[in-house]
Structure formats: C-alpha cells, structure tokens
Write a protein that binds this ligand. Structure first.
Ligand code: GLA
Length: 402
C-alpha cells in the first residue's frame, strides 16, 4: 500500500514537473506590459565609452551636458547623456547598487536632475551578467531592484551589456530586464548590447528599442592587425540587415567615432552619412567640450540627421557594389529617397545613381539636394552623380517633381 502511494506521488510529481516546465518557460519570456513608445525614431545622444572609457565622473558628465546644450548639439536633436561602464562600485547590504562615491560624490540622482534641468535626458549602463565588462557589479539576479532604483534616480535610457553571462540565454536575460523596466513606473529606453551574437533581430523588437549588431567599433577606417572593427567593417556587417529596423526597434551598428581623431574629416563625413542611411542611433562618442568646427559641422548637419530620423523608419540598403564603389539608397516618408554614393577607393571616382535603382521612371523629373554642399538641382532626369572623393561620399535627397 505504502509503496503504491509512493509510486503514485512520484508519478504526480513528474506529471506536475512535465506540465509546469513549458508553462514556466513561457511565463519567463512573456511580456505583458507594452514597450514604451520612447524611440519612434533612432535615439540621439552621447555616451562616455568611445572617448573616456572608464574615466567617468560627475564633473565629466556635467561638462558634457553643458556642452551638449550650448554647442548646438541639443538643438540638432541630441538628447541622451549616457554614462557607460565604471560608474558602479558595489552593492550595499540590501543589494542596492552604489555609484562610485569618489567619482560621483553627489550621487546619481543629483546628476540626473542636473541633466534634466538642461532639457536633456539621462542614461546609465549595466550588464546582464554577474559583472560588467570592466568588472563592476552586473544586474543578474537584481533586475527588478536595479530597475526600481533607476526609476527613482530618473534614468531615461539603459544600455544593457552582455559580459560575464556564462550560459545565460540572451532572449530570456534581456526579457527579464525589459519586464523589470516596464514595471518600474518610468518609461526607459532599453538598449540591448549583446553584440549580435544570438540573433537579437529575432527577439529584440519585442524586448528593447535598439540592439547592437556587432562587436565594438574602433576609431579607424578599417580593421588592422591589432584592431577588429573599423568603420567600414561595421558597415559591411549591416548590409543585409535592413528588413527588421522599424520605429522603436533599431539595428545599432555601435556609437559614433566622429571627432575622436582616428579618421580624416572626409571619412567622418562618410561615417555620419552612412549611419544615417542605416537609421542608426546617433550616439556621439567624442568630447563635446572640445569639438573643432568640422566635428560640430558633421554632427549637426540637419539634412543628414533628417534622413536618420525619417519617420518611415526604414533602414537603407546597399543597392550596388562594384569593387570600391557603392550606392546606398533609403526610402523616406512621402516617397522621397536618400542616396549615398560611397567611394572606398584610393582615388576620386565618377559615380551616379540611376533612377531605376530608386524604382523611378527614367524620364521622371526630380529635385536633388546635396546634403553636404547644400546645392539644389531642379528637374533632373534619369540619374544624378558627380566626382566622389577618395573615402568620401556624395549624399543627396531626391524628391520627384510634380
Ligand atoms: C562592451 C560594449 C561597449 C562598452 C564596454 C564597456 O565592450 O560593447 O560598448 O559598453 O563593454 O565595458
């Protein structure tokens, strides 16, 4: 009798386990609260990592906030000031995350208030693992506690990294943080930084607002023996990714290097133009307090930014590649097009876009605006082009005339 009962109990336990496992897994990945509508166009802002790495402080962020507001960057649309890795120090006895008291003596709340008072928004960085990439405490197991803390501090944007995650499943790990943020009482952009390793384009749109597609960019034209992803290498990794980008769900080819000194002015113009064609988040990564005229001119080119921020939200594509010469096209709202003629070669090249590459009839008259020289040419038929500098672009906006 006893043996029978034991066997029945064991069978019941097994049944419960088998029945419960899929329900539990489903529950973990289910996001009931809607994703806040905080990135209908690609986020624009500044992040500390590319220029300052771990050297972040209260003073640095205040100076960058002042410069963003005073330089014309804010007027051009840049909003978020995001502190990347190394602002954290440890957790207190209750598990609450603590900012480094030496670097942030007034605390994060006071800093966020300062940024908000400038009419800007404030972002922080954490990691889905036990530690961040620089070995500070990560958020694994503390997601809800951290999200509540961010909301209390006034955080508007979270970049969430993927170091020290062991065997964690990426979709599940990012979903837990998405749940926590959505339950926090504050609308917070979730920037997924999982380097494109586990197909974030499949699950990212439901979970976050943007997702990195590659490992880190570095401030150079192309990869070298010691450095992985130069600007053009990152660009090549985006060529086939256009289909998924949409409002509140952006491919993120990593932050901008404009103004950091590793590329020429012409190359930085190309970098900025191409990121706009990719509908990339425009997160400046330079020192905003020390911008030369070219850096500011590039980062605040309103016509190029308007392409990036186009409300249709459709990522551009590489329509032609012939050796070093590439034609990139992007459909814009209202039937307009943006085109980049990109010359990766060592000498200047004559290049053009043909109307058929834009699905326009060859005899269609169009008005063409060069977005760097600002020259407007009216009534153009069939194609448009010119001489493109080595490593440079011609970027235009094409509008069919009535
Ligand atoms: C990773 C990310 C970078 C940066 C660093 C910080 O490498 O991809 O963008 O956040 O971590 O440690």
């Amino acid at each position: 009798m006893h043996a029978l009962l034991r066997r029945a109990a064991r069978a019941l336990t097994l049944l419960c386990f088998v029945a419960a496992a899929p329900a539990h897994a489903h529950e973990t990945l289910k996001l009931d609260a809607p994703k806040p509508n905080v990135a209908p166009t690609p986020p624009m802002g500044w992040n500390s990592w590319n220029k300052f790495a771990c050297n972040v402080s209260d003073q640095l962020i205040r100076q960058q906030a002042d410069a963003m507001a005073a330089s014309g960057m804010k007027d051009a649309g840049y909003q978020y000031l995001v502190i990347d890795d190394c602002w954290q120090k440890n957790r207190d006895a209750d598990g609450n995350i603590q900012a480094d008291p030496q670097r942030f003596p007034s605390g994060i709340k006071a800093l966020a208030d300062y940024v908000h008072a400038k009419g800007l928004k404030f972002g922080l960085y954490s990691d889905a693992g036990s530690l961040t990439c620089e070995g500070r405490p990560g958020s694994a197991g503390h997601e809800f506690q951290d999200a509540r803390q961010y909301a209390k501090w006034g955080v508007d944007y979270l970049k969430y990294d993927w170091c020290h995650t062991g065997t964690r499943n990426a979709e599940a790990a990012y979903t837990i943080m998405a749940k926590a943020l959505r339950a926090s009482g504050r609308d917070i952009v979730l920037s997924i930084c999982e380097w494109g390793t586990d197909h974030p384009e499949r699950w990212g749109p439901a979970v976050g607002h943007l997702w990195r597609t590659t490992h880190d960019i570095y401030d150079g034209w192309e990869s070298t023996k010691d450095r992985g992803n130069g600007m053009t290498n990152i660009l090549d990794m985006q060529a086939a990714r256009g289909g998924v980008s949409a409002p509140n769900a952006w491919n993120d080819p990593d932050m901008l290097e404009v103004g950091n000194g590793g590329m020429t002015t012409t190359e930085y113009e190309s970098h900025f133009s191409l990121w706009a064609m990719l509908a990339a988040p425009l997160i400046a990564g330079n020192d905003l307090t020390k911008m030369d005229a070219d850096t500011l001119r590039i980062l605040t080119n309103k016509d190029v930014i308007a392409v990036d921020q186009d409300p249709l939200g459709q990522q551009g594509r590489r329509a032609l590649k012939e050796g070093d010469l590439e034609v990139w096209v992007r459909a814009l709202a209202g039937g307009e097009h943006a085109v980049v003629l990109f010359n990766r070669g060592k000498t200047p090249a004559d290049m053009k876009v043909a109307w058929e590459q834009l699905q326009l009839p060859a005899d269609q008259k169009a008005d063409v605006k060069d977005l760097w020289s600002k020259k407007v040419t009216k009534g153009v038929r069939g194609s448009y082009g010119g001489k493109v500098a080595s490593h440079g672009v011609i970027m235009v906006r094409i509008k069919a005339a009535q």
